[in-house]
Structure formats: structure tokens, C-alpha cells
Design a protein around this ligand. Structure first.
Ligand code: GDP
Ligand code: MG
Length: 437
């Protein structure tokens, strides 16, 4: 999928200017990508229509190619469609904030009630969980187990009418100074009158600050109907999209926002308590289109840094295979960023302190020249450089054997450093630096 997309974008990239039919052709593939990502058909069609309209005739920013410009627009529109950033829980005039979690069975209500409690606790709040799923025998126990892990108490009244339990939980929260009450409710396999009626009564009884619909990202298209029905009945205030750790692209996110107009407030992944974060529309946009590779085209244009090469180098560092070819590549990368002085001046605390310092960018050029006059084999096996090879290299770049030796020393130092760096810790660090999505 990602491949298909980047192919279509490549087609665009090879041309200087965008014609209407270029954009239309690309949009056809974007639409396919959206459909494959489980985005509702109507939503996909409207979206690509809007993007086409905007892309044709839009001025291409100086730093971008026309193709990159289209990609940028696609990404912006997707992001906008999923709502702005910073959608938070509402705060009520008087605590506690009451958050009602609803959704189909297995969507992740209980798990995410506990995750929310955990998140709130870590922010210094005093959440209380309320067990209002009374139909499955194990449901209360499940919440108690998870609540304990999250360090939040659980209010339960066994199998009595859950609406009553919810009311009592509100009172309990007030009496005991809890500033958040998280109500875990029952779900069914399908939307069902009885369940909806119970939720409606519960809403009336406790007047929640937030009604969050929990949606399993893996159910795909079906999520549109689910979201629509719950919203019509309960007027939800937001959505928690769960199970994003699966391999679904999460097109549900697009559809839900487009169909209900309600924001996705949280993204959940994994069964552990820390698997919850504020929803980031921009990240979701990349995920839906499988645009990791495509987006990097934009970044490339913006910062002129070849991430792929950096990643390759990092990989080789970790395997202790770093050689002079990599070093040369590093020089190329750094050079793309402009004069060294300019780079240093951007570092915090440096600024104009360097104004009177003369930094000779040619040092790097001279080092690169030495490496360039080696054969690729020599670059990969610097340990095999004997005296006669060194003389040849020095002559080739118009420098001295000492200069060659200095470079080799420098390189050995780097290698040694990398060895210390190795092992698990180093690998983790490198992955972080690679910025993989
Ligand atoms: P509920 O019926 O809506 O309360 O759903 P649960 O919270 O009981 O979750 C149903 C199942 O999905 C459980 O086995 C959870 O461990 C699992 N689960 C919940 N959220 C996630 C998630 O974000 N990722 C993954 N992989 N599993 C999840
Ligand atoms: Mg549950």
C-alpha cells in the first residue's frame, strides 16, 4: 500500500509542474489507500474531492517540489479532518468530573477506564473507578484487578441496578474528595435497545462531564455505524480509539470524526496501563495513508537530511561494521546542512559567541578527499592500509601520509566508542535517534 502510494507520488515528482490530471491520478490512488485503511467510502470520496480542488491551482512552496506540495496538502486535510490537537477532558464547575465510558463488548472500556485512572493519577489527580458492568460475572473483578494496578479505588455495589450504583458512586466520590469519577459500563456484541436504554438512564442520573465512546480500531468500517448510533442516543463528547497496537491502519478514526463530528480524545494501545496517550491527528494521518515514507520526502525537503542514510549508518554502527564509507556519507550529510558555523550557531547557548571565530569548513573537505582517494575496498577495510597504500592515497589527494594517519586514528577512536556503545542500551538509543515511526 505504502509502496503504491509512493509510486504514484514518484510519478508526480518526476514532473516539474502539476496539471489537473496529475493531481486527479494521484488522488485516485490516495482514495484507494484510504479505502484499504477502512475509511468509509463517502468520507474518502469527499476528502479526495476537496484535496483535488485545493491542490490544483495552489502555489507550490519554494522549498517543496509540486509532488511534495500535494503530499503536504493531503496530510493537512487528513489532519484537519480528524480535528485539531489538544482535545482534552472537560473540567466541570464542581468536581468530580464524571466520565462515562461506553461502547461495544470487548472494545476496551474496562481496560481504558483503568488506563485513564492511571494517567490521571500520574497527573496528580484522585480518580475513582465505578463498576457499572454487572452482567458478566467477571467484569467487576476485572476492574478491581486493573484498578489496583493503577492505584485507584473501585466503587462497586455488586449486581444491583447499575444506574443506582453510578449515582452512589458520584456521592462517594464527592464525600471522599475524588476529582474524577470513571464509570465502566456494560457492552453488548451488537447495539441493543436494552443496553442503550440503560446508558441513557445513567446519563440522566449522573449528568456526565464527558461521555467517551470506546472504539476498537480493528473493527474497521463497522465503527461508523457504532459511533453514529451511540452519538445519536447519548450525544457523546469524544472517542477513545483502542487497539492501535494492532496492524490496522486505523481509518476508523477518519470516519468517526467525519460522521459524528466528535473528536477523538485518546489513542490506546496494548493491554498495559501506560498504553494511553492524547490523540495526535497528524500522526494518525501518516498512519492511515501509510505515509511514513512519503512524509519523509517533505522532511527531506525541509531539512535536507537523508534520514534513510542516517538510519543505515546507525544500523551499521550497532553491528560494529562502521567503515570509512560511512564516514564519507556522514560528511556528505553534514555538508548538506550548510556551513558548520551556521549549524553550531543554532545550538542553544552558542548563538553569536562564534561571530569572531573562524571555522574552516575545508578541514572536512580535506578529510573527505583522503577517503575519496581510497578504493572502496580500502574504505571498507582500513585496517589493511599498509605504508605503500598510505603513500599512494596521500599522493592521490595531495596531502601527507601524516594526514592519512591522523584520519585513521580518528576513525579507530570512533570505532572504539561505538563498541562501548553497543549492546542493548546502545541499540535502543540508536532506534530512538532514528526516529522510526
Ligand atoms: P470491554 O468489554 O469494553 O470492557 O473491553 P476490555 O477492556 O475487557 O478489553 C477486551 C480485551 O481487549 C481484553 O482482553 C483487553 O486486554 C484487550 N484490550 C483492551 N484494550 C486493548 C488495546 O489497546 N490493545 C490490545 N492489544 N488489547 C486491548
Ligand atoms: Mg468491560
Amino acid at each position: 500500500l505504502a509502496e503504491k502510494l509512493s509510486n504514484s507520488f514518484k510519478k508526480l515528482r518526476s514532473k516539474g509542474k502539476l496539471s489537473e490530471s496529475d493531481v486527479k491520478e494521484a488522488m485516485r490512488e490516495v482514495r484507494l489507500a484510504l479505502l484499504e485503511a477502512d475509511v468509509n467510502y463517502k468520507v474518502a470520496k469527499e476528502l479526495t474531492g476537496r484535496i483535488t480542488e485545493r491542490a490544483v491551482g495552489e502555489e507550490v512552496m519554494e522549498s517543496l517540489t509540486p509532488a511534495q506540495m500535494v503530499i503536504k496538502i493531503v496530510n493537512e486535510e487528513l489532519t484537519a479532518l480528524m480535528g485539531g490537537t489538544g482535545e482534552r477532558l472537560k473540567s466541570p464547575a464542581h468536581p468530580p468530573a464524571i466520565i462515562l465510558l461506553c461502547g461495544l463488548q470487548g472494545a476496551g472500556k474496562t481496560t481504558h477506564a483503568a488506563k485513564l485512572a492511571y494517567m490521571l493519577k500520574s497527573q496528580g489527580h484522585r480518580p475513582l473507578l465505578a463498576a457499572c458492568d454487572v452482567y458478566r460475572p467477571a467484569a467487576i473483578k476485572q476492574l478491581q484487578v486493573m484498578g489496583e494496578k493503577a492505584g485507584a479505588p473501585v466503587f462497586e455495589r455488586g449486581t444491583q441496578d447499575p444506574v443506582e450504583t453510578a449515582k452512589e458512586a458520584v456521592k462517594h466520590a464527592k464525600d471522599y474528595g475524588h476529582d474524577y469519577l470513571l464509570i465502566d459500563t456494560a457492552g453488548r456484541l451488537q447495539i441493543d435497545e436494552e443496553l442503550m436504554d440503560e446508558l441513557r438512564r445513567m446519563k440522566e442520573a449522573v449528568n456526565p462531564t464527558d461521555i467517551l465512546l470506546t472504539v476498537d480500531a480493528m473493527i474497521g468500517q463497522e465503527s461508523v455505524n457504532v459511533a453514529k448510533t451511540f452519538d445519536e442516543l447519548l450525544d457523546i463528547t469524544g472517542v477513545i480509539l483502542t487497539k492501535l497496537d494492532g496492524d490496522t491502519r486505523g481509518g476508523a478514526a477518519l470516519s468517526i470524526k467525519a460522521v459524528t463530528g466528535k473528536p477523538i480524545k485518546f489513542a490506546g494501545s496494548g493491554e498495559k496501563l501506560d498504553g494511553l496517550e492524547a490523540f495526535h491527528p497528524d500522526r494518525m494521518a501518516s498512519r492511515i495513508l501509510g505515509m511514513g515514507d512519503v512524509l519523509s520526502l517533505i522532511e527531506e525537503a525541509e531539512q535536507r537530511l537523508d534520514e534513510k542514510a542516517a538510519e543505515r549508518t546507525a544500523q551499521r554502527m550497532m553491528q560494529n561494521k562502521l567503515d570509512l564509507n560511512d564516514m564519507l556519507e556522514q560528511f556528505r550529510q553534514v555538508k548538506k546542512m550548510g556551513p558548520i558555523k551556521g549549524i553550531l550557531q543554532k545550538l542553544p547557548g552558542v548563538g553569536n559567541k562564534l561571530d569572531d571565530v573562524d571555522i574552516d569548513d575545508r578541514i572536512m573537505d580535506r578529510t573527505a578527499a583522503i577517503i575519496l582517494s581510497m578504493t572502496p575496498y580500502e574504505r571498507a577495510h582500513p585496517e589493511e592500509l599498509n605504508a605503500s597504500r598510505k603513500r599512494r592515497i596521500a599522493a592521490g589527494c595531495g596531502q601527507k601520509v601524516e594526514d592519512v594517519n591522523r584520519l585513521l586514528n580518528q576513525f579507530r577512536q570512533t570505532q572504539k566508542l561505538m563498541k562501548q556503545f553497543g549492546g542493548k542500551k546502545g541499540r535502543k538509543l540508536m532506534r530512538g535517534m532514528g526516529g522510526g515511526m
